[in-house]
Write a protein that binds this ligand. Structure first.
Ligand code: EPU
Length: 419
């Protein structure tokens, strides 16, 4: 069990480099490495708990995985693979489902456990399955597993009902070795999707349009293993901007692309922060109490749902009231009750949270329910009297490699404790 102990420490100051995006970008490229019979090397992949799950999963399929140096992961998929993702691993991490497309494309069949819901809501996979069926796969769901078979996938046009990140990624991976052209309409435009497409192209794939709503994939006969550098974690960057917003101060983020946190920066500026691009990242400044503003989450380039809990934390001590609307998940407000235990004036009505800013929070023991909820509680602790102990720190560590260390380097009083 891991806890984060936080004490108020005044304005933040300093320069910090967010880590590589292991959870939302690195794991996807590890899964896609199964497509190439060779040794793929991924760099800038710091250790988070979900990385261990993906390593176990790839090993279960027969790939050899090692970490020859810090932040480097090597996937050797040269041998024969067993196209199976067992329930024990998929249940621990939804990104496990990303092996479905690669295994089906490489092996002609795959048996992958259904992920089910989690602490942020029900999380279906219908669009993944419909897309694969359109490409000629025989897809069956039975006994908690998806079983897909296709001697040879063929290109197809698929329109996603919602721009799902996972479905876009699985379909890109399946289509890259299919016969003919696949078009994914209403594709997700998240930077991590673009990063995966770039990775597949470097492996010899022909993908066009990633980053827009229409992705076109011309299938190729085979792919080769490559070296890849994982992008900086934009959610961690946004988390640090929010930390500066709530605690005040002046910070510089190094190695971050401003457009990856554009809407978050825009909202924080509307609230009274100053944020501007530098030669290698972003500068952020908050000198006084921020003003609350309404926020509604949307797929990229809208305000990402992963920033929502952090935004609610910032609003709890802002001036005025705000309505925060969650449009992506149906159960992402669990953390609100924990903020209320810290003295926040916040309540939920269906998809909305209504936050009335108070001047100060009160440190308390609280429980993290998911990765971003946990980070939001840590940020709340930065402006709470006394001590806040965030239990369930393992949730935070699913996605952040060293949140406490990053915040400490900016002068915050945050410590990670292991039981
Ligand atoms: N959905 C369906 N059917 C599908 C696929 C998705 O109904 O076939 C629904 C989901 O139930 C959900 C919504 O569509 O309500 C969005 O799901 P999406 O597929 O876009 O999300 P994901 O690929 O499962 C990734 C990130 C999430 C992030 C979302 C949205 C990873 C490992 N996870 O999940 O990250 O919230 O995209 O941007 O990349 C986080 O980092 O905290 C996190 C949860």
């Amino acid at each position: 069990m891991t806890r984060f102990r936080v004490r108020a420490s005044g304005p933040l100051a300093g320069r910090v480099q967010p880590s590589g995006a292991t959870k939302n970008a690195g794991l996807k490229q590890m899964a896609a490495a199964l497509l190439a019979p060779g040794v793929t090397t991924l760099r800038n992949v710091p250790t988070v708990r979900d990385l261990d799950v993906m390593i176990d999963l790839l090993r279960a399929t027969g790939a050899r995985v090692d970490q020859p140096a810090p932040d480097v992961v090597r996937v050797d998929a040269s041998g024969e693979l067993t196209p199976e993702a067992p329930y024990e691993l998929v249940a621990r991490m939804r990104a496990s489902f990303n092996v479905l497309g690669p295994l089906l494309a490489r092996c002609g069949q795959a048996r992958v456990a259904l992920p089910g819901g989690d602490n942020i809501g029900s999380r279906k996979v219908d669009m993944h399955l419909r897309g694969l069926a359109a490409m000629g796969a025989e897809v069956e769901v039975a006994h908690g597993y998806v079983v897909a078979r296709a001697e040879l996938l063929h290109g197809a046009r698929t329109v996603l009902e919602f721009p799902s990140v996972g479905a876009t990624e699985n379909l890109m991976c399946a289509a890259v070795l299919a016969k003919g052209t696949t078009v994914i309409e209403n594709a997700a435009r998240e930077p991590e999707v673009t990063a995966l497409a770039t990775f597949l192209n470097r492996m010899g794939g022909h993908l066009l349009g990633a980053g827009t709503s229409t992705i076109e994939i011309e299938g190729v006969e085979e792919l080769h293993a490559v070296d890849s550098e994982i992008m900086a974690d934009r959610v961690e960057a946004g988390t640090l901007l929010m930390a500066c917003g709530i605690a005040g101060g002046e910070i510089e983020l190094v190695g971050v692309l401003p457009e990856h946190v554009e809407i978050v920066s825009m909202k924080l500026c509307e609230m009274g922060m100053r944020i501007s691009p530098t030669s290698d990242g972003l500068w952020a400044f908050a000198s006084r109490r921020l003003r609350a503003v309404d926020v509604a989450t949307l797929p990229h380039p809208g305000f990402a749902t992963d920033f929502m809990p952090l935004a609610v934390a910032v609003m709890t001590v802002s001036e005025g009231s705000a309505i925060v609307t969650e449009n992506v998940y149906d159960g992402r407000f669990q953390f609100v009750d924990e903020l209320a235990r810290m003295g926040a004036d916040v309540r939920t009505e269906g998809r909305h949270a209504i936050v009335r800013g108070v001047r100060r929070l009160s440190g308390a023991p609280v429980q993290a329910s998911d990765v971003r909820a946990g980070a939001a509680l840590v940020l709340a602790g930065l402006v709470a009297d006394g001590e806040t102990v965030v239990h369930g720190g393992e949730h935070i560590e699913r996605g952040y490699s060293d949140l406490a260390g990053r915040l400490r380097s900016l002068g915050a009083d945050v410590e990670r404790l292991d039981d």
